[in-house]
Design a protein around this ligand. Structure first.
Ligand SMILES: [Zn+2]
Ligand SMILES: [Zn+2]
Length: 379
């Protein structure tokens, strides 16, 4: 397939997905479209127990080894604020993380590999993964057995702040772990004019919010990166009653397993201590999400070689505090996740997020080539 032909085709595919975004776990139409595009190209779809999402595979001279390429297919509950002719047609839903780009790029990689299937030294598995934005999608793919016998996995994310033609590749940690917490502070409700008759849960919660910020600045080494954010506070419903409880919710991001493990212990210590100091109670619920994206040495080396072979500009990107459930696969097998420059106008999850579609054939070729290299290396 010629360069311009591939580009045109992938742009049309990406724009279709862009107009019909679907949320996590509801990617039914997206899945149907991927299926029909692959079937039309004669690419075999594997049987699956997945409700949404799909897995296809091209085998060459032999079945093994198997190398996986993964794209996420889900959109976000965001109202699009662009005036693109192909803007989202679904109110309140948008591909604001560019997963439409990833999906089209992976379809492109399948088209390219289909053209040379006879020469492949094994199988390439194409994982179109659901539910990335709320987490749990990668676990579903693994539970459905699609990672069995796979030797290595490769994936990518569009990167608005890198220009088209640039690939951000980094060994080791690239994106942070994503954990969620809920803290409930319980005091004793009272008249707002008679605080001494109760225990003011709002004052206690306020001390907790501030004290949590000392974990990063005073408990962790300055060389450990972490973020602790309380993003949601809710308490009370009027001006003259001190409520009994305060609800706090937020997220913790980290790059090392060690730091990640320490933080909930520090949170527990602070909330118990601060609450006790005021005669209140505080409880912590910890909801772990994906681990950090950790790029394995050899797989990353293959990514660099591929990008250089394609004449792309390889840069070492600044790690992102955002998370990615690609990390869940990397806990099981060797993998490399890269950033493909898309000269975007806005950051991920912004209602005016856009990307330069000229990066589409680049992403497709990168995936196809890295899979071929990996088939030779991971025997
Ligand atoms: Zn996202
Ligand atoms: Zn994303």
């Amino acid at each position: 397939m010629g360069q311009s032909n591939l580009e045109e085709r992938l742009i049309a595919i990406r724009r279709h997905f862009h107009q019909y975004p679907e949320l996590s776990g509801e990617e039914f139409e997206t899945t149907k479209t991927i299926r029909s595009l692959l079937e039309q190209a004669g690419i075999p779809i594997l049987e699956t127990s997945l409700q949404t999402g799909l897995v296809a595979q091209i085998s060459g001279k032999k079945q093994d080894p198997i190398i996986a390429l993964r794209a996420d297919i889900v959109a976000l509950p965001i109202q699009e604020e662009t005036d693109l002719p192909y803007a989202s047609k679904i109110p309140g839903k948008m591909h604001a993380c560019g997963h439409d780009f990833h999906t089209a790029a992976l379809i492109g990689a399948a088209y390219l590999l289909k053209e040379e299937e006879e020469e492949l030294n094994g199988s390439v598995r194409f994982i179109f993964q659901p539910s990335e934005e709320i987490g749990g999608g990668a676990e579903k793919v693994i539970a459905a057995g699609h990672l069995e016998k796979v030797k290595a996995i490769f994936g990518l994310h569009n990167k608005p702040d890198l220009p088209v033609g640039t690939v951000g590749i980094k060994r080791g940690p690239l994106m942070a772990s994503v954990d969620r917490f809920i803290i409930e502070v319980e005091g004793v409700g009272t008249h707002a004019a008679v605080p001494h008759a109760g225990i003011d849960s709002i004052v206690v919660a306020s001390h907790i919010v501030i004290a949590l910020q000392t974990i990063v600045s005073r408990q962790l080494s300055s060389f450990d990166n972490a973020v602790i954010s309380v993003a949601h506070i809710s308490a009370g419903n009027t001006w003259n009653v001190i409520p009994r409880t305060v609800f706090l919710e937020g997220t913790v991001r980290a790059f090392s397993a060690e730091t990640r493990e320490k933080i909930p212990k520090f949170i527990q210590q602070i909330i118990t201590g601060v609450a006790n100091a005021h005669g209140a109670q505080a409880t912590l619920r910890w909801m772990p999400g994906p681990p950090p994206v950790l790029n394995e040495e050899k797989a990353t080396e293959l990514s660099v070689q591929t990008a250089e072979q394609l004449g792309l500009n390889v840069v070492e990107p600044t790690p992102s505090m955002a998370g990615e459930d690609f990390a869940v696969y990397q806990k099981k097998i060797s993998g490399s996740f890269v950033f493909i420059g898309t000269s975007g106008t806005h950051e991920w999850h912004h209602p005016a997020f856009t990307l330069d579609e000229r990066a589409l054939p680049i992403a497709a070729r990168y995936l196809a080539e890295v899979a071929k290299k990996a088939l030779k290396h991971f025997k």
